[in-house]
Design a protein. Structure first.
Length: 269
């Protein structure tokens, strides 16, 4: 999910988190978090891990994760990809750019060859470096599961090969990297070097175990149009892996906007 950020704030960057040996670290296990892709706002009390779009400053509450759309074009940037790198945009059988059905202003990137993957990484890599310069601790690269929407043109292995390049870019920049999507590939992606996972709707679709089995830290975002408040309450009270879980509105609206929803059950399970 990749809403366009709405606003910015003036939070100053803080040094990225790292282990004693200087290697990147995952966020603290069990910590409450917020998912602010719709735009930055003052995080709710207790939320020490905050995910924001790469165009927004880090929150500076403890651990900051930078969102990057690595396998599809970001809304507002699709036309630029078509103008500057048209061959890196996946095409349908009629030769038209292939859009994500759920996000029609996002085009899938063509990860089918090593050469194209290298060129995509040459674009996304500097975004990751920018996250590090801005003071983020980690990067979340979205749409790793784009092959499922590719009408058979891409494979999981194609996307994993690009993911390996992005893992290298993150670690080279001193950032941890979160797996997003493709929960069924968690074991393989962990082996590629991903440090933790951010899942969407793993409670709603009973997928949390696969991520929790592979990673020491998993952050789960549930949505009101899927799990709902009653389901969220049950998830918080029920058994299952100890995964910090939040409930958000599907549009990830700014706090104070009509329709904004944020509820948290840290380390539920």
């Amino acid at each position: 999910m990749s809403p366009v950020p709405a606003t910015s704030d003036s939070t100053s960057p803080a040094p990225a988190a790292s282990a004693a040996d200087g290697s990147p670290t995952a966020p603290p296990a069990g910590a409450a978090f917020d998912y602010q892709l719709g735009g930055p706002y003052d995080p709710p009390g207790g939320a020490t891990t905050v995910v924001r779009d790469r165009t927004a400053p880090p929150a500076g509450r403890g651990y900051d994760v930078c969102y990057v759309n690595g396998f599809q074009t970001q809304p507002g940037e699709s036309s630029r990809w078509l103008e500057e790198r048209p061959d890196l945009v996946l095409r349908d059988r009629d030769g038209e750019p292939l859009a994500d059905p759920g996000w029609p202003d996002e085009y899938l990137l063509d990860t089918s060859t090593a050469g194209k993957r290298e060129r995509i990484a040459d674009v996304v890599g500097p975004w990751i470096e920018g996250c590090a310069r801005d003071g983020y601790d980690a990067v979340e690269v979205d749409n790793l599961d784009s092959h499922l929407r590719s009408e058979g043109a891409l494979t999981a292995e194609d996307n994993e090969a690009l993911a390996a390049l992005l893992v290298e870019a993150a670690h080279r920049s001193g950032l941890a990297i979160a797996q997003k999507n493709a929960v069924e590939q968690s074991a393989r992606l962990r082996a590629l070097g991903f440090d933790f996972a951010i899942t969407e709707s793993c409670r709603a679709f009973d997928e949390c175990d696969a991520a929790a089995d592979a990673y020491p830290v998993v952050l789960d975002v549930e949505y009101t149009d899927e799990l709902g408040r009653d389901g969220f309450t049950s998830a918080c009270e029920g058994s299952g892996p100890a995964v910090p879980t939040i409930l958000r509105d599907p549009e990830l609206l700014l706090a104070g906007r009509s329709g904004h929803v944020y509820e948290s059950c840290p380390a539920s399970g």
